[in-house]
Design a protein around this ligand. Structure first.
Ligand code: PRX
Length: 706
């Protein structure tokens, strides 16, 4: 054991912290909602009880159209690489498009809302979607030569061409890997190399906060970054935001870059047979941050994933074919994959895709969109809710829309913010589901069933149907519901939406998610392999879970996971930087923001210029979302005697909380100076953090302790 570990084990561990919070009162779903809900019969709990596992998930799989029905619901023979619906064959694109043509061909599959308000929304019917998906699939197959099992990287903004590209890949059995459009070219390049794709699909530009942003420039950076990692991109397919006009300053590279609209003219009217894929064939990769620098390509399956997102969209989003459903997330995140594209389209509903920022040109925009399109199901994140509440608390009442159902996802929501969402946005009549889940889990884990479970602000609720959760302490003892103690939330059983592996890193898959509480590494019995989610949680006596945040070195900024190692290695690429440490600071809009602590190599002096270089490095390597709120250049980092940077000490300084015991540090004398520097600067700027809650204090106190 290193000294660092010794020092941290003296700390109170997460599981020993008694959590104090006021029990919130329940809110009950309105009768009108219950009367029309997809899941309104409490017998459903029995149907999904543990005795009926895994066969209970047949109900989800039966919502799909299978080319060949499966013979084994759950195969555990290669635990923990679970296989669902084995023997079954299907195509995801067929399920999201073709099967609706006969009955819903003229219905809008997607309504796309461009950011400029002067442009009208564009409705794309299922028939039109079918045409576009087929033509693009033909182009991918015949122009790019991609085959079933190949990977194609997409780096697309929020335009209908993104779901078209995803569904075209799915039609061919090609694995898509969409990288969030806001990520930098370099981050995209790293993901291209990791996935081994040779085709990049991008767009010349898109609108964000009123500006037409040059996006193609990132494709050139991505190709360069991939090349540095030994991966060659053969073709870059560039969609144009405005037909026939090029929105980018960057030249097209002869022989490599192609305008999609030009090439597509050769594929007009082509129809591509959907390739019948085995249930366990990968549908897509979605990269996410972890504790080490290399991002993890979470591999999601075709059959299990499609069954899970379709089932949960039906029961938890309460989607009926006639609803107009709007999830304001970005398709570049898992929320968008599961609950803008695959789940809603599989159910044949109308899914709204909005290009821009929620408060552009003003805080009334989302509510005008909802009013105009008749949106009745709304889905967003606490960060967006906090922001809309801050900039336009009275806006929703000016617009004549009615939501029957609303979702919050991505971070814990404060009860105060929840109540505004319920009262102001939902006009007191919408049910709310607070859905806790992860990139890795494919779909919801923790949530109430909207017609059957009362809502409790700040708690996601019990687990979704067929998900059996447990909270363990560090030693694997069960932390009982109602004990007031927090611990590590785990899921005891596999479920169809769980990712299959980390692309190219199977050991990392087992180590990160299954090793911690595995009862027997040779076991083929799922009971021995609890899934470790990496979140702290506490369970109230009524069974409701409250999620307390990450227990690993991940900072959740506005619902986006940023790995401390990724941030730090980016800073270390700046010549003057000797050491870097990233810590979270509580932020009233984004939940958490990042602050960087930096020490410089000998001979360099702190300067604005170095700070600017660091910010630039982070924006280039990761993207603007990771831009630090503050950069503190300090004479030295607080360290253990073995040289480990004590992130919890600097995290406490940033948040103005107690630094705790620092006597075990190698250099305790530096702490006061750093505190002074940070405090005086923040106070002078009027940027001192508010008083933290007990749970927030516990998170900061434990940050970076292993
Ligand atoms: O810490 C939890 C938090 O977000 C993490 C997952 O992030 P990501 O993979 O980017 O997926 C976000 C969208 C599913 C979780 O480990 N988280 C997500 N939803 C909630 C949440 N924390 C509290 N309450 C939630 N509803």
């Amino acid at each position: 054991m290193t000294e660092g570990q010794e020092a941290s084990s003296e700390e109170v561990s997460e599981s020993q912290i008694a959590v104090h919070w006021r029990e919130e009162k329940y809110f009950f779903p309105p009768a009108k909602f219950i009367a029309q809900a997809n899941a309104a019969d409490p017998d459903i709990f029995e149907q999904f009880s543990e005795e009926n596992f895994p066969e209970c998930f047949r109900a989800y799989a039966d919502l799909l159209s299978w080319d060949k029905y499966w013979h084994t619901t759950l195969d555990t023979s290669e635990a923990p690489f679970w296989k669902w619906f084995v023997g079954g064959k299907l195509n995801a694109s067929y399920n999201c498009v073709d099967r609706h043509l006969a009955t819903k061909g003229n219905k809008a599959a997607i309504i796309w809302v461009p950011e400029p308000e002067s442009a009208d929304p564009v409705a794309i019917t299922y028939t039109e979607l079918h045409r576009r998906v087929n033509e693009f699939a033909a182009l991918l197959r015949d122009f790019c030569g991609v085959k079933t099992g190949d990977r194609v990287t997409l780096h697309m903004p929020m335009v209908p061409e993104l779901p078209v590209a995803m569904l075209a890949c799915a039609r061919l059995g090609v694995i898509h890997s969409q990288v969030f459009g806001g990520f930098s070219g370099s981050a995209c390049g790293g993901r291209i190399a990791d996935s081994g794709s040779t085709i990049l699909v991008t767009m010349d530009g898109y609108y964000r906060s009123g500006e037409l942003i040059d996006h193609k420039v990132k494709a050139d950076e991505a190709v360069e970054a991939a090349r540095k990692e030994g991966a060659e991109v053969d073709k870059v397919l560039v969609w144009r935001r405005h037909a026939g006009e090029y929105a980018s300053q960057t030249p097209m590279v002869e022989g490599r870059d192609f305008f999609v609209d030009e090439v597509l003219s050769d594929y007009r009217g082509q129809v591509v047979e959907p390739v019948s894929m085995p249930a366990e064939a990968p549908l897509f990769l979605m990269y996410t941050s972890g504790t080490t620098g290399r991002p993890k390509g979470c591999q999601h399956s075709t059959g299990g994933y499609m069954a899970y997102v379709t089932g949960t969209s039906k029961f938890y989003q309460d989607i009926h074919p006639d609803d107009t459903y709007w999830c304001m997330a970005d398709i570049g995140w898992i929320t968008g994959h599961s609950y803008i594209v695959y789940g809603p389209l599989s159910l044949g509903t109308t899914s709204v895709v909005y290009e821009g920022t929620p408060n552009y040109p003003d805080a009334g925009r989302p509510w005008r969109i909802a009013e105009r399109l008749g949106v009745n199901i709304f889905h967003t994140s606490p960060t967006a809710i906090r922001m809309l509440r801050k900039v336009g608390p009275d806006e929703p009442k000016k617009y004549n829309y009615r939501f029957k159902h609303m979702t919050t996802v991505g971070e814990a929501i404060e009860p105060e913010v929840w109540r505004w969402y319920h009262e102001a946005v939902g006009k007191g009549e919408a049910v709310i589901v607070d859905t806790w889940w992860q990139t890795e889990t494919g779909g919801f884990l923790g949530t109430t069933l909207p017609a059957l479970g009362p809502m409790k602000p700040g708690s996601c609720g019990p687990m979704a149907l067929g998900i059996y959760a447990v909270i363990y302490d560090e030693d694997g003892n069960v932390v009982e519901a109602g004990s007031g103690k927090a611990g590590n939330i785990c899921i005891r059983n596999p479920w169809p939406g769980v990712f299959e592996t980390v692309w190219g890193q199977p050991e990392r898959f087992v180590d990160t998610y299954y090793k911690k509480y595995c009862k027997n590494p040779d076991s083929k019995d799922w009971h021995d392999w609890p899934y470790f989610a990496g979140d702290g949680a506490v369970q109230a006596a009524d069974g409701y879970f409250r999620i307390l945040g990450r227990v690993d070195d991940v900072i959740n900024v506005a619902g986006h996971r940023l790995g401390t190692k990724e941030l730090e290695s980016s800073c270390l690429s700046v010549e003057e930087v000797a050491e870097a440490a990233a810590v979270p600071v509580v932020d009233d809009v984004r939940g958490r923001a990042v602050e960087m602590y930096i020490s410089l190599k000998p001979g360099f002096e702190a300067s604005k210029d170095i700070e600017a270089k660091i910010t630039k490095a982070i924006e280039t390597d990761i993207g603007k979302i990771a831009r630090p709120k503050n950069i503190w250049i300090v004479p030295d980092m607080p360290k253990t005697r073995s040289g480990k940077i004590m992130r919890r000490v600097i995290a406490s300084i940033s948040n103005f909380t107690d630094v705790g015991d620092i006597t075990t540090l190698a250099n305790p004398e530096i702490v006061d100076g750093i505190r002074q520097q940070v405090r005086s600067t923040k106070e002078a700027r009027g940027d001192a953090p508010r008083e933290l809650t007990e749970e927030e204090k516990a998170e900061i106190k434990n940050f970076g302790t292993e």
